[in-house]
Each structure stands twice: as structure tokens, then as C-alpha cells.
Write a protein that binds this ligand. Structure first.
Ligand code: FES
Length: 150
């Protein structure tokens, strides 16, 4: 085998390694896109704070419950921050809407889908009061009209 042939084979081998590396990175990225990041069970009732901690017409993220706790003129409500598409944590954006950082789904202030890929609305969660203490139940959904306290 000549030196020229040996060098050519080495360069072909090196090129194939590069192509395999790029292909692997693409497959890994594709799998990450498809796999939901949240697979852990939801916690039980979560202490969210006291009634007086939440002003009227406010919306506050409660990390332990992965939920947004809102207060309007009818009372308190909680919306799950778990995206109905594949489970990323949905954040609030400046124009009073919610947006998922993973694939770009957007929801209005009431959790209704503005654009996908999510096809279902955000979930309202049960909350209850023990005196002034607010508890969010991340595993129990309620209708969007449900309010507690005033
Ligand atoms: S997880 Fe896909 S849009 Fe939220």
C-alpha cells in the first residue's frame, strides 16, 4: 500500500468519524425535543403563602407547586405551570400571557391556547384555605371558574 493510499484512507476514516459525530448530535437533539422533561410525580398539597401575601389582580409563581397563583375580584385561583404539550414549565411574559420555553406554545391570561404545538389549555388546580393559609393541590384539577376566598 502506497503512502498516498494510506493517507487517503486515513482522511476518509477521519471524515466518517466527523459525520458520525454530527449525526449523533442531531439524533440526541431530536430525542431531547420529543422527551418530556418532567416525569416525577406531583407533590401533595403545597403551602403557597398567606392570603395577605397576594394583592388583588396579581399572578405569582409558586415553584413548589409548579403553579401560578392568581387573585382577581372573584378570589384566588391556581393554574398549573406544567405545559400541556410535553411538560415544560410555562412562564409568564410581559403582555400578560404565558409562554412555554421548550417549543413555543403560548396561552392567554386564562390559560387558553393562543398558538401550539399545545392543543389543550393550561390546567386549573384545586386550592383551599386553612384560615389565612393557602394550599395548592398540584394533582387535582378544577374548572377554570373555580375561585376561593375573596
Ligand atoms: S412542552 Fe412543548 S410547547 Fe411546552
Amino acid at each position: 500500500m502506497s503512502e498516498e493510499t494510506s493517507r487517503r484512507r486515513f482522511l476518509i476514516w477521519l471524515g466518517n468519524i466527523g459525520l458520525l459525530t454530527v449525526a449523533w448530535a442531531m439524533v440526541k437533539g431530536g430525542l431531547k425535543f420529543l422527551a418530556p422533561p418532567i416525569t416525577q410525580p406531583l407533590p401533595g398539597p403545597v403551602e403557597a403563602g398567606l392570603m395577605g401575601d397576594f394583592a388583588a389582580n396579581s399572578l405569582t409563581f409558586v415553584p413548589a407547586a409548579k403553579a401560578w397563583l392568581g387573585r382577581d375580584e372573584a378570589g384566588l385561583y391556581a393554574i398549573s405551570a406544567i405545559c400541556p404539550h410535553l411538560g415544560c414549565t410555562v412562564g409568564q411574559v410581559a403582555d400578560n400571557t404565558f409562554q412555554c420555553p421548550c417549543h413555543g406554545s403560548r396561552f392567554n391570561a386564562h390559560g387558553a391556547v393562543l398558538n401550539g404545538p399545545a392543543t389543550s389549555p393550561m390546567t386549573y388546580l384545586e386550592i383551599n384555605l386553612d384560615g389565612e393559609q393557602i394550599f395548592i393541590h398540584p394533582g387535582q384539577s378544577v374548572s377554570p371558574e373555580t375561585r376561593v376566598g375573596v
